[in-house]
Design a protein around this ligand. Structure first.
Ligand SMILES: Cc1cc2nc3c(=O)[nH]c(=O)nc-3n(C[C@H](O)[C@H](O)[C@H](O)COP(=O)(O)OP(=O)(O)OC[C@H]3O[C@@H](n4cnc5c(N)ncnc54)[C@H](O)[C@@H]3O)c2cc1C
Length: 405
């Protein structure tokens, strides 16, 4: 297979930057163009829900380090709006056409917005990017009140950071505990305990139904499904992400959640064949995982975006000789002084094995099984324990004949 002469990376962030870095690290000398919708240079998102919100001092942009010798043409503040896979051309919002031999789709995801379907009033936020984080942090502190809608990791981190700044915080979650969908009830109850200790009001089994406003149109309260309402000047919708693949509508790529990829991270067309020269990585990509019996998963995890970016670039250079993508999903989050880490896909479990549960010492170890087979693990304060779980998940044989491969 011939290496591409021109590579276009759409998405100037984590996965895109790691794809670009890998191309150069492999000695590739072709022309590299990186397109990013945001005006900012590449930056890291995890600090946005942690230090950027929690610290009193004015934060600086948490820039991702650019490798020396990247030699890229940066087109920032410009959005890709179309892709023609037969002509191998990306169209940008300003009408520019970019021809490519190799294309990396790394456009991440958007925050899911209002579940009520109605426009949200002033004072209601989502958190995905730097500008969102600055706008939200300006509303936090003593004397302010915040409702966080959604008790996934992002919502829990926002609640913790806002509380650390003295904000009165209510967390609203539809399931019976925060984090239940991702990690089950034991981990959810553990985190709910930490939230209670921190002075966060946790309201579970309840949904947002609407917003109330002052005469000037600003948020005054959040209405909930049990007919109660919570007074608040600020609300954050932390309802998960939607892969940013809108610009690929009409491209012929198979989009189901994210860009559907084969095990080499090649983007598939509607007919099931890989689109020539197109790979995808990160939060925009649906990737087949052995731990999910080959089903495609968009994990939304930092480490997976890094690993997929690198693997997608190798596929562009080497084709199938690069080998299939086999990394095990992994994730971390910081909550109330504990670092939570997971490997695998705990959400697949039908059985949970609690090996350690010590709230006072901020320790937790849970193994997740499905049909008697390990599918994931979670620790808090026990990072060293993860290596064994990772090794077991890595050694797992691929499920030959799995439907999505
Ligand atoms: C607040 C926050 C905290 C997080 N904390 C953690 C954590 O603790 N642990 C963890 O494992 N993961 C965490 N994550 C998830 C992690 O940051 C993501 O998995 C990672 O950023 C994905 O990288 P990506 O490059 O695929 O997408 P992104 O980082 O979203 O980058 C995609 C880029 O593409 C751009 N783009 C979108 N559409 C277009 C277009 N049409 N044209 C051009 N450019 C476009 C976007 O503007 C963006 O800059 C967090 C995410 C957020 C938002």
């Amino acid at each position: 297979m011939r290496a591409p002469e021109r590579v276009v990376v759409v998405g100037a962030s984590l996965a895109g930057l790691h794809a670009a870095r890998t191309l150069r690290a492999e000695g590739w000398t072709g022309s590299l163009t990186i397109v990013g919708a945001e005006p900012h240079p590449p930056y890291d998102r995890p600090p946005l829900s942690k230090d950027v919100l929690a610290q009193e001092e004015e934060p600086g942009l948490p820039r991702l380090p650019l490798p020396a010798g990247l030699d890229a043409r940066w087109l920032l503040g410009r959005r890709a709006v179309g892709l023609n896979t037969s002509e191998r051309r990306v169209t940008l919002s300003d009408g520019t056409g970019l021809d490519y031999d190799g294309l990396v789709v790394a456009t991440g995801s958007h925050a899911r917005t209002s579940p009520t379907g109605r426009p949200t009033p002033h004072g209601v936020f989502t958190l995905r990017g730097w500008d969102d984080a600055l706008a939200l942090r300006a509303r936090l502190g003593a004397g302010r009140s915040l409702v966080v809608v959604g008790g996934g990791f992002l919502g829990c981190e926002i609640a913790a950071a806002a509380r650390a700044r003295g904000t009165a915080v209510t967390l609203v979650e539809a399931a019976e505990q925060p984090l239940t969908r991702a990690l089950g009830r034991v981990a959810g109850a553990y985190v709910a305990g930490l939230q209670g200790e921190a002075g966060i009001t946790v309201r579970t089994g309840i949904r947002l139904t609407g917003f109330r406003t002052d005469a000037d149109g600003s948020l005054s309260a959040v209405d909930l499904s049990d007919a109660s309402s919570v007074r608040a000047d600020t609300a954050v919708l932390a309802l998960g992400g939607v892969p940013a693949t809108d610009w690929l509508a009409g491209s012929g790529l198979l989009l189901d959640g994210g860009v559907c990829c084969d095990p080499f991270l090649r983007a598939l067309r509607g007919d099931g064949a890989p689109a020539p020269g197109v790979v995808a990585a990160g939060d925009a990509a649906g990737v087949p995982y052995a731990v999910a019996d080959g089903a495609r998963v968009t994990t939304g995890h930092w480490a997976d975006a890094v690993a997929q970016g690198a693997a997608a670039a190798s596929t562009l250079l080497l084709g199938e000789t690069a080998g299939p993508y086999e990394a095990v999903p992994s994730f971390w989050a910081d909550l109330h002084g504990a670092r939570f880490r997971s490997v695998g896909l705990p959400s697949l479990a039908d059985e949970v094995e609690v090996l350690e549960h010590d709230v006072a010492r901020r320790r937790l170890e849970i193994a997740y099984h499905r049909e008697g087979r390990l599918v994931g693990a979670l620790t808090a304060g026990r990072t060293s324990r993860l290596a064994a779980y990772r090794a077991e998940l890595t050694a797992m044989p691929r499920s030959v004949g799995a439907a999505n491969w």
